[in-house]
Design a protein around this ligand. Structure first.
Ligand SMILES: Nc1ncnc2c1ncn2[C@@H]1O[C@H](COP(=O)(O)OP(=O)(O)OP(=O)(O)O)[C@@H](O)[C@H]1O
Ligand SMILES: [Mg+2]
Length: 143
């Protein structure tokens, strides 16, 4: 994805996360992959929700923990939202037919992407989310 360079972005509150999500949505082109890494509750789903909002997707998105992937088609680009927490390897991601989505016509956003890193494209936008010092603060590191 163009426009994002290695950087550390302090997200002081959820509004900052929303603004980052909107920036990613604006920059996204068909076939782009956003790889989200970070512990429980650091905001992977929240960031995905704001990317979806930025794409103009209508309605709520919720984490696809049991289905692994959910597809949304009401925005500027299709969004494939993955949560691979329950997978053991990249091969398992390929087994569920993800290749078509990874090389596809939309934007893939993948929570817990470190688990499947070996099958993701080299030019994926990898973002690590961490807790900050203060309540509501998160740190996004563009890797
Ligand atoms: N700056 C912030 N950015 C994003 N979320 C924030 C921020 N501050 C507080 N939050 C809250 O942190 C929580 C993040 O939860 P979320 O489900 O997005 O995390 P997650 O990384 O997807 O967790 P999981 O590993 O369970 O999938 C939400 O309740 C959100 O409201
Ligand atoms: Mg989540």
């Amino acid at each position: 994805m163009k426009f994002f360079e290695q950087d550390i972005i302090r997200l002081n509150n959820e509004a900052d996360t929303r603004a980052l999500g909107h920036r990613i949505a604006e920059a996204a082109e068909p076939g782009d992959v956003v790889a989200l890494i970070g512990d429980l509750g650091t905001g992977k789903t929240a960031l995905t929700k704001y990317i979806a909002e930025g794409l103009g997707i209508k309605g709520d998105i919720s984490s696809p923990t049991f289905t692994i992937v959910k597809e949304y088609r009401s925005g500027r680009l299709p969004l494939y939202h993955f949560d691979v927490y329950r997978l053991g390897s990249g091969d398992e991601l390929i087994d569920i037919g993800a290749e078509e989505m990874l090389d596809g016509d939309g934007l893939c956003v993948i929570e817990w992407a470190d688990i499947v890193a070996d099958v993701l494209p080299e030019d994926a936008l990898a973002i690590r989310l961490d807790y900050g010092e203060n309540e509501g603060e998160r740190i996004a590191e563009i890797l």
